[in-house]
Design a protein around this ligand. Structure first.
Ligand code: TXA
Ligand code: MG
Length: 345
């Protein structure tokens, strides 16, 4: 299959690309789409045959449910139930964070095909903030199921060329909407009734942080992150590492942890490139990539993370990627989560 890369650099190209993407969605095809988090592989969420194409292109196992994107805030009521006990909080979250990188898990309505939710009784919904995505879903008029546009187990793409690297030849259309502004997948939450305050359970850390959410309830981190791509216990060893580059990546917890092997060429994925952190001078690195130069900003590091890993992965002068830890706070939690999953055990 030939994959078309469609541009949105100016208004005329954007209009034409939006038209093509809408036509593809209406025809039951899959399309890679830009979002503010990472690129998604979208299809009509209410068309099971179209959704099946997402699983095929990604080689994604069917037990892993998809996120459904809505075209406007109120549309989620058509596909999800909002239990009375949590409705006030859900409305507050939607009003505050949508459109944006927050996904909410709610009981699903029967209209949603089982293939979307992996047979679960719940559905994950969000409204995307990206202007091109917004125009496409508005033109389409329905719901777009879209997981990250990577092959199962690999790093999520944050640019159209990164999508092409993984999915060229497998899908008909990639919409190039530029680099993703957030660079990390949406935060996924579930709301539960609590004693004094509602409980907001973070099922996957992301750009909307603990601090952002705590005004709306008691924030807890789920013991089991829902990002299951690597952790299906049914098939140990059969699944690739989640967020895995092609080269080995190792997350250190201190500079002393690093024991180089003779003859191997190592790149350092540095948080802020500060010698005083101890990693920069710990070795004569063959390459150094800094996520947020200077004092270090975790949100900036998050934006660059997948892009930086991809670049080091493509560098033929490097055998292994060594990652510094980032602060375990705010968006840093999501970065550490990805680095741990990408890391060789
Ligand atoms: O930012 C994002 O969320 C991106 C863009 C494209 O929107 N999408 C994304 O999708 O990251 P994906 O498929 O890579 O991750 C979806 C995650 C999976 O880990 C899945 O387990 C979880 O959402 N999920 C989906 N439905 C769920 C449900 N009903 N209950 C719990 N987790 C669910
Ligand atoms: Mg994913």
């Amino acid at each position: 299959m030939e994959t078309e890369l469609a541009f949105t650099d100016f208004e005329d190209s954007t209009r034409e690309t939006v038209r093509k993407a809408v036509a593809a969605l209406q025809a039951g095809d899959v399309v890679a789409l830009p979002t503010e988090t990472v690129y998604g592989l979208g299809a009509d969420a209410l068309n099971p045959a179209a959704v099946e194409k997402i699983f095929e292109a990604k080689e994604r196992p069917h037990f892993d449910p998809l996120i459904v994107h809505v075209g406007h805030k109120d549309a989620f009521h058509q596909i999800a139930e909002v239990p009375k006990e949590i409705s006030k909080t859900v409305v507050q979250l939607v009003e505050t964070f949508w459109p944006g990188p927050l996904t909410i898990v709610l009981p699903k309505k029967p209209v949603v095909p089982d293939i979307v939710t992996g047979g679960l009784e719940t559905i994950a919904v969000r409204q995307c903030e990206h202007p091109v995505f917004h125009r496409i879903i508005k033109g389409f008029g329905g719901f777009i199921a879209a997981p990250s546009a990577n092959i199962f187990g690999r790093i999520s793409p944050t640019s159209a060329p990164a999508v092409m690297d993984q999915l060229e030849g497998r899908i008909p259309l990639v919409v190039d909407g530029g680099a993703c502004g957030r660079g990390l997948e949406s935060t996924i939450v579930r709301v539960l009734p609590g004693d004094k305050k509602p409980i907001i359970e973070i099922l996957r850390p992301g750009p909307i942080t603990n601090d952002d959410l705590k005004k709306f309830g008691k924030v807890v981190f789920a013991e089991r992150n829902v990002d299951v791509e690597d952790s299906a216990p049914e098939a140990p060893g059969m699944l690739a590492n989640h967020y895995a580059p092609n080269k080995p990546l190792r997350l250190l917890s201190s500079p002393q942890d690093f024991r180089p092997e003779e003859g191997k060429r190592y790149a350092l994925l540095s948080y802020r490139g500060q010698p005083k952190d101890g990693y920069l001078g710990a070795y004569e690195w063959d390459e150094v990539s800094v996520l947020s130069p200077g004092s270090g900003r975790v949100a900036e590091a998050g934006i660059r993370l997948f892009h930086a890993i991809r670049q080091l992965d493509q560098n033929e002068e490097i055998d292994e990627i060594i990652a510094e830890p980032v602060p375990d706070r705010a968006v840093g939690k999501a970065i550490l989560d990805k680095l741990r999953r990408a890391s060789v055990k």
